[in-house]
Design a protein around this ligand. Structure first.
Ligand SMILES: NC(=O)c1ccc[n+]([C@@H]2O[C@H](COP(=O)([O-])OP(=O)(O)OC[C@H]3O[C@@H](n4cnc5c(N)ncnc54)[C@H](OP(=O)(O)O)[C@@H]3O)[C@@H](O)[C@H]2O)c1
Length: 348
């Protein structure tokens, strides 16, 4: 390990001067390619290794990234990760992350895992949604950066949040923290995602000819991101989460219906959000000018808007790019926090 990549607080900025060696496993996937794009231009890291599943026998280039990165993709080899990197990004299916992350942490690496394998704290919930996860290393942090900086800075393993939970919790959690949600009232999260959220392997649902020109709901009462959202909100709310597939390549828009105390104003919500996100570059508050996916596509921003009526019905709208703030961008943001760099490094 390089001694200069230890955590030094969330925003040590100019204090963090040296280069960390980083590697990406799952680099040929949608999230992995986005990681390569960001890390290749990141001024404070050296991208040493990028791996695919091992299905290919030898190293190969990745032509789609030819203009930003000239490395080659190697077959998956955990020993090489441990040898060549200080920090490893795992952009793998859940089962592969569940298998390899504990060993990499035990080998002294710091790991940022983009899968769901380590996100759920409750064991019963994890056993239901991520049965592949048997061992959870010490010092796991849930990497919703704006809300978990202290934990992320000290973590050996960061469980990068899911894309739907990132969009939803950044809008919802500050209201829960402020005690503004009416206890016991239903919360409805109606969310739309572009097709890259399902990864690069097309299925009958995600194939172009199936989803182009259509919008479909899926996973009703049966989506693991509901458990992750419930974990982040807490309280006694019945949460109904309905994801939809929309014919876009990337982006998430979550429309969230909640009850707040009658008389709560839009200015009151603005106060809560401004306090929650003071100094948070990547959360932009749009207020009643409701945000759209186009405002955040290809960026690490989460834009949040809201409307309230006098009876206490509130509608929150939150948008992100699923591959950036919902995956690779937030992972790099977490890397920056772990290394004591400015959180924006390599992301603006
Ligand atoms: N897509 C999103 O919007 C998004 C958002 C947040 C989180 N995530 C999570 O991030 C992870 C990656 O998602 P993705 O959408 O990028 O998936 P993807 O496009 O399907 O890519 C998966 C990557 O993992 C590699 N891989 C597959 N099985 C492997 C194994 N057993 N060992 C080593 N490598 C293996 C693949 O290599 P080959 O090219 O050789 O097959 C590929 O590089 C998933 O856990 C996903 O849930 C995705």
């Amino acid at each position: 390990m390089h001694t200069d990549v230890q955590p030094r607080g969330a925003r040590a900025g100019a204090g963090a001067t040296s280069t960390a060696r980083v590697a990406v496993a799952g680099a040929t996937g949608y999230a992995g390619q986005e990681l390569l794009r960001l890390l290749a231009r990141h001024p404070a890291v050296e991208l040493t290794t990028a791996m695919s599943s091992g299905a290919t026998a030898s190293a190969r280039p990745l032509p789609a990234l030819g203009h930003v990165w000239h490395g080659t993709i190697a077959p998956f080899a955990p020993d090489a990760l441990a040898r060549d990197a200080d920090v490893v990004f795992l952009a793998l299916p859940d089962a592969a992350a569940a298998e390899h992350a504990p060993a990499l942490v035990a080998a002294g690496l710091r790991v940022i895992d983009l899968s769901g394998a380590f996100r759920l704290r409750d064991e019963a919930s994890r056993a239901r949604w991520y049965p592949e996860t048997h061992a959870v290393p010490d010092l796991v942090a849930y990497g919703l950066t704006e809300r978990e900086r202290g934990h992320v800075a000290a973590a050996r393993l960061v469980a990068n949040p899911g894309c739907y939970p990132t969009a939803t919790l950044l809008a919802l959690a500050p209201l829960a923290d402020a005690g503004l949600l009416v206890p016991g009232a239903d919360i409805v999260v109606d969310a739309k995602s572009g097709v890259s959220g399902a990864g690069k392997t097309p299925s009958e649902r995600t194939h172009f000819s199936e989803c182009y020109g259509s919008v479909s709901a899926y996973g009703v009462f049966n989506h693991r991101h509901a458990a992750e959202i419930e974990q982040g909100v807490g309280g006694s709310h019945a949460l109904t989460f309905v994801p939809h597939l929309v014919p876009l390549d990337r982006g998430i828009l979550a429309t969230i219906y909640v009850r707040v105390a009658p008389g709560t104003t839009e200015a009151g919500l603005a106060d809560v959000y401004e306090r929650a996100y003071a100094g948070a570059t990547f959360v932009r508050l749009a207020g009643s000018a409701l945000p759209e996916i186009k405002h955040v596509a290809h960026t690490n921003f989460c834009d949040i808007g809201w409307r309230v009526d006098p009876s206490g019905r509130a509608v929150l709208v939150s948008v992100i790019d699923n591959l950036v703030k919902g995956a690779a961008g937030q992972a790099v943001q977490n890397l920056n926090v772990m290394l004591g760099l400015d959180e924006e490094t390599g992301l603006l």
